[in-house]
Design a protein around this ligand. Sequence first.
Ligand code: TMP
Length: 239
Amino acid sequence: MEKLEQLYEGKAKKVFKTSEPGKYWIEYKDDATAFNGEKKAQIAGKGRLNNEISTIFLSLLKEKGVHNHFIKKISATEQIVQQVKIIPIEVVVRNIAAGSLAKRLGWEEGKELPQPIVEFYYKDDELGDPFINNDHIGILGLANETELVELREQALKINEILKEFVLNKGIILVDFKLEFGKTPAGDVILADEISPDTCRFWDSETKQKLDKDRFRRDLGNVEEAYQEILSRIGGSVNV
Ligand code: TMP
């Protein structure tokens, strides 16, 4: 398979066409941004770490019957994925109050939720990815009712699988963001990375943050935290 022209460059990844129809070539970058791109930096090794971490999580989900776009990892920073049409909704699942939820409701960060909360955000950089509900989604025409049920059910299933998997490695899955896409056959499948860029992970004993909040909040040791996640979930220690 050959890598062809670049289709898109996002904040943390590049997407290329390939010589095989229906397949994209993804490259994970070391770039990190926060607060809708306002804060920018390079985190040495992040591309390699997120590629490896995402590969482990997406393969696990596939094994557990959650279809997703991942096909194979082809180099330290690159993957081949199935081509889909991205649904412009960021689906966030939360098990513990943190980040924007803690702020919005005045809840203490770390408060356990009696049941997971699923939230939708409109994926639109210019608007700063605003919070939206089912009615907004319907009027904006982002997804129909059946697709919305599907998004919520898949997100909750993914949460159960990931939460249990990481808890066995001494990690609490606080919250995370997912994106889905539509295949040419019309199926809605997970089509995103799953990494410390897109999840909040806390050490279950010390509650130490092992994710991108270390960058967002200037806590230091960002790369070390990502490396720690990778080694705990069974990836090679020196990526
Ligand atoms: P939030 O608390 O800032 O709304 O973030 C919820 C989760 O979503 C957290 O795990 C980080 C992730 N996230 C992204 O992956 N991309 C984003 O642009 C934002 C704002 C959050």
